[in-house]
Design a protein around this ligand. Structure first.
Ligand code: AMP
Length: 398
């Protein structure tokens, strides 16, 4: 079975083609800068080499069409014919309260999904464009939607409600939804396979630390709390997002800087986090280089970053009445031992004992990084959202 996974953003489309017989990636890549004259596609070939083709892509249907063309014709072709494709799985961002699992994308489902557009005005319309583009080009092919928010739909009401007038929840759906759900689901399942245990009876804290970062409490395989909220801005300090901030500070900044909601949203989403505090970069590697060069703002940015993760670990251990496994994933969680070390330092009181050597030598590979006699098992599990989407798609079309 061949399954194409699409992740359609407002100006980009990422794709991965899977052969589900052995769960291998046949090819992958992405179009960037859709709508701009210098748009291009990057293709990752089977041998790992990358090539770039410049091509003006004015909108999403043209983008999907170009991906299909690259898959079937020319020197990078991997399919004889598009009909070799069995299904398409889409990453869908905000499923609101309507979707608690992946679904086949019928017209009725798409109408329900479009009703969530208000909650993710930049992302959901781009996802819809991707689904419609495939429908136009391959009307018969089954399409599946896998929602970023779905895994978090098991949170209890006291965890997802905000303490604002209840009518705001009833009128507009103002509540915590959480994001990165496909990643939290994948790694929380995968760690159980890796350790040879069942999800039932386990208390896992999953730390997805990338440019966007979130953390989830997963009890018996189900999410009971997560740090992102109505939008991906809440929770941990991120590359360019502030994470948690006093709402009073928000109105104070708006008044002082004469910002409207758009200006404030830009400030908190794009100019804050590691980039805003350090003044250097949103990339953790640049922060470490800044520290090595004696930059004090880089030091405080790093310490804030890991301190926030540690506080959430404590919070979620309390929420679940303990923790058995803490795992790190995402670009920084997988690759940066400094993040893992900083986030777990001082947690010995709750049974966390790291193996410093194992932690420092682990890079983007599945590993246990706690000491053999640690009560809590600390792991690194590289995430694979695309594989999860391909698997869900296979399940639903099979
Ligand atoms: P993501 O959004 O998951 O791609 O993660 C981005 C963050 O992960 C950045 O802060 C990078 O510093 C870090 N990161 C990503 N890849 C690597 C790598 N190969 N080595 C070190 N850090 C990385």
């Amino acid at each position: 079975m061949k399954i194409l996974v699409l992740n359609c953003g407002s100006s980009s489309i990422k794709y991965a083609l899977y052969n589900m017989d052995d769960r291998s990636v046949v090819t992958s890549g992405g179009i960037e800068k859709i709508g701009l004259p210098d748009s291009f596609i990057k293709i990752k070939l089977a041998d790992g080499k990358k090539v770039q083709i410049n091509e003006p892509i004015p909108e999403h249907t043209k983008g999907v069409q170009f991906i299909f063309q690259v898959l079937t014709t020319g020197e990078y072709a991997v399919l004889k014919d598009l009909h070799e494709l069995d299904a398409v799985g889409h990453r869908m961002v905000h499923g609101g309260e309507k979707f608690n699992k992946s679904v086949l994308l019928t017209d009725e489902v798409m109408a329900d999904f479009a009703a969530c557009n208000d909650l993710a005005p930049l992302h959901n319309p781009a996802n819809i464009k991707g689904v419609n583009a495939v429908k136009t080009l391959l009307p018969e092919i089954p399409q599946v939607g896998v929602f970023d928010t779905a895994f978090h739909q098991t949170m209890p009401d006291y965890a997802y409600m905000y303490a604002v007038p209840y009518e705001l929840y009833e009128k507009y759906g103002v509540r915590r939804y959480g994001f990165h759900g496909t990643s939290h689901r994948y790694v929380s399942q995968r760690v159980c396979e890796y350790l040879g245990i069942k999800p039932e009876g386990t208390k896992i804290i999953t730390c997805h630390i990338g440019n966007g970062a979130s953390i989830a409490a997963v009890k018996d395989g189900k999410c009971v709390d997560t740090s992102m909220g109505l939008t991906p801005l809440e929770g941990l300090m991120m590359g360019t997002r502030s994470g948690d901030i006093d709402a009073g500070a928000v109105t104070f900044i708006m008044d002082k800087e004469h910002l409207d909601s758009k200006g404030l949203s830009d400030l908190l989403n794009k100019k804050s986090g590691l980039a805003g505090v350090s003044g250097l970069s949103n990339d953790f590697r640049d922060i470490l280089a800044g520290i090595a060069a004696g930059n004090n703002r880089a030091r405080v940015a790093k310490e804030m970053y890991t301190y926030h993760i540690k506080k959430y670990i404590g919070e979620y251990a309390a929420a679940m009445g303990g923790v058995d496994i803490i795992l790190f994933t995402g670009g920084a969680g997988e690759n940066q031992w400094e993040v893992r070390e900083g986030a777990t330092q001082g947690l010995e009181f709750m049974g966390v004992k790291m193996d410093e050597q194992k932690n420092r030598s682990c890079r983007a590979t599945e590993a246990v990084i706690s000491a053999a006699d640690s009560k809590v098992t600390v792991c690194v599990i590289p995430t694979d959202e695309e594989l999860m989407i391909a698997q869900d798609t296979l399940e639903l079309v099979k």
